[in-house]
Design a protein around this ligand. Structure first.
Ligand SMILES: CC(C)C[C@H](NC(=O)CN)C(=O)O
Length: 622
């Protein structure tokens, strides 16, 4: 019997605090990673972005490794401890790699041996990816293991609170670590304080581990049942081979193709594999949701840069966790109970389908915003056109004729305007508020806010420095961005509503439909849908874009609607199961473990029928 508080096992307190600290550590480090690549290692934008995406993809591929270790070998508890140690070592390694003084022998403020810093940071990132991905499927499943059969309502609330902790950790760290980076620190020279920005996440990871260990005495720990993954693979392999051997129509058909493993494998294992395969089959369309969801960080960010408003980076990095923190309680406490009161069965798979439709609507909203933005954007010359600007300061009107075969290229960048050699200069700056022309002691100052996205030309007559700055003419070549960033809020709201319906439910569903010894494996399968979604984004980005961005948004929205229709058909044919009940049934048929079975039957009878309905459970025999 586990210690309880308000109907919840006390042990889950340690698990949710552990998750909060771990997510703080992960997202905090991620928030400054590209900046570290760009401004510390001095990589270019392309290399920095590629390595960043490769790292994120690795973090969502390693869960399968963690799940195999947990379900087949160490059990969830030990896997979480060992991989958290690897994770913490990775974070510390990463933080050390950012200390510029280590290799700054000439004390000029920049590291002298970049190879050392690159090698150390790559080692750190690999350890972090192994740790964070490895523990990810285990922590959620381990949290679920703390609940007993009669606590299914509390189990659902746990997954919501778990998701809240993920986003609370992510929100705080995304706000804090960039501020830490902006501090100055160093032994020989003062530089931007990357060691602090990476060091705090490392400390949080150590705290996360300590909190998890502190709960040791209270956890329900399930032992792994041997090398389950290897047995699963062998069993599937045998079923396929056996089916092929008996392909002639003279052999009687079997109810399920996995039944061809009956000759050699335990019925219980076959039943468990059937449960897992059914859920994995259902996962096939799911990456499409993540394909749209993860474009928040790419296409939508770029969209924001063509809009007006000064809070781009803060808005982009915090709007999703803030909305999650608001929407999860509203959905859990208000919307879902209300739907249930209306007598509608809003089962998990229906919620996930509706979540997908919300994400599709978010992209329609993004397309509408894009159409508004496009109206305000200047017409840039295409790859087969040139653009000429002729400034006429002559006293009379001139006619301009253009010979189509001649190309004119004026190119000069910099801040010095020479009177004879270069008379034209382009300067691109962020946050331009002041613009001064300095010539010895004399100067002209233009002090006002220059709009984002705008382009200005200043025409300086030869007389300017002798007396008046008034004679300088300012021409607005391109208007500043005028569509306000607040217009993006509906799309963020819609996609986050979709996330709450899709992702929180998917997390619960993956746990509830998995047999006891494969809970982590199904969690890993669920996380893999995210990895595949990210890979699709990379491929689509590589394959190029439609000529109009709004058309691309609408294409993605239509694709997701099509996928959600397919998913809803698959979901219609899916029968919710109670894995524990099926396992007990199989054992009964095999005449095994009567005492164990009696206990399970009793527990099942005790189950609250209402709670079952809430989950849309239809019992079935697999
Ligand atoms: C469910 C995601 C794959 C991962 C999740 N992210 C969020 O909750 C973002 N809102 C996480 O565990 O970090």
């Amino acid at each position: 019997m586990t210690a309880e508080c308000c109907g919840y096992p006390i042990s889950i307190f340690f698990i949710v605090v552990n998750e909060f600290c771990e997510r703080f550590s992960y997202y905090g480090m991620r928030a400054v990673l590209v900046l570290y690549f760009r401004y510390f290692l001095l990589w270019d934008d392309d290399l920095a972005t590629s390595i960043y995406h490769a790292f994120v993809a690795l973090c969502y591929l390693t869960p399968i490794l963690g799940a195999i270790i947990a379900d087949s070998w160490l059990g969830k508890f030990k896997t979480i401890i060992y991989l958290s140690i690897v994770y913490a070592i990775g974070q510390v390694t990463m933080a050390i790699s950012t200390i510029h003084d280590i290799t700054d022998a000439n004390r000029d403020g920049t590291p002298d041996n970049f190879t050392f810093h690159i090698a150390l940071s790559m080692l750190g990132l690999i350890l972090i990816a192994l740790g964070t991905g490895g523990i990810k499927p285990c922590v959620a499943a381990f949290g679920g293991d703390q609940f007993q059969e009669h606590q299914s309502r509390q189990l659902n609330t746990f997954f919501s609170v778990f998701y809240l902790c993920i986003n609370a950790g992510s929100l705080l760290s995304t706000l804090i670590t960039p501020v830490l980076r902006a501090q100055e620190c160093g032994i020989h020279t003062q530089q931007q304080c990357y060691p602090l920005a990476f060091g705090v996440p490392a400390v949080l990871m150590v705290i996360s581990l300590v909190v998890f260990i502190a709960g040791s005495g209270m956890y329900v720990k399930t032992d792994p049942e041997g090398n389950i993954m290897w047995s699963v693979c062998k069993c599937i392999g045998f079923a396929i081979k056996n089916r092929f051997r008996h392909r002639s129509s003279s052999y009687p058909k079997r109810e399920h193709w996995m039944d061809w493993a009956n000759e050699k494998y335990d019925k219980l294992l076959i039943a468990q594999i059937k449960m897992v395969l059914k859920v994995l089959f259902l996962y096939i369309p799911l990456p499409m949701f993540w394909t749209l969801f993860d474009q928040k960080g790419s296409r939508w960010t770029l969209q924001a840069t063509t809009m007006s408003g000064d809070f781009v980076s803060i808005l982009i990095s915090t709007v999703n966790p803030i909305l999650i923190l608001t929407l999860v309680p509203i959905m859990d406490r208000l919307i879902f109970p209300l739907i249930q009161k209306c007598g509608l069965n809003f089962s998990p798979l229906k919620r996930m389908t509706v979540g997908m439709l919300f994400a599709a609507m978010a992209f329609v909203s993004a397309a509408l915003v894009q159409i508004e933005i496009d109206k305000t954007l200047p017409n840039f010359p295409s790859s087969s056109e040139s653009q000429l600007k002729v400034v006429n300061t002559y006293s009379t009107t001139l006619n301009v004729t253009i010979s189509p075969n001649e190309h004119l290229l004026i190119e000069s960048f910099g801040v010095q305007l020479h009177t004879s050699k270069h008379t034209y200069s382009t300067i691109s700056c962020m946050f331009v508020n002041d613009f001064s022309l300095i010539h010895g002691e004399q100067w002209c100052e233009f002090s006002r806010k220059f709009g984002f996205g705008a382009s200005y030309t200043f025409l300086i007559p030869s007389t300017v420095f002798s007396d008046d700055c008034e004679s300088i003419t300012e021409v607005e070549d391109m208007k500043p961005n005028s569509v306000h960033m607040a217009l993006q809020i509906p799309q963020y709201f819609l996609i986050t509503t979709g996330e709450v319906m899709f992702s929180v439910t998917g997390l619960q569903f993956s746990y509830s439909q998995a047999p006891k010894n494969m809970k982590s494996v199904l969690q890993a399968g669920w996380l893999c849908t995210n990895a595949v979604g990210n890979i699709i984004v990379l491929i689509v980005a590589e394959l190029g874009k439609l000529p109009k961005q709004w058309a691309e948004y609408l294409l993605f929205a239509s694709l997701l609607v099509a996928v959600s229709i397919i998913f809803s058909i698959m979901a219609y044919f899916y029968t919710y199961i109670d894995p524990a009940e099926i396992e007990a049934q199989v054992r009964k048929e095999q005449g095994l473990e009567p005492e164990e079975m009696e206990k399970e039957t009793l527990e099942m009878e005790e189950k609250d029928e209402d709670q079952k309905n809430e989950q849309g459970v239809k019992q079935t025999k697999i």
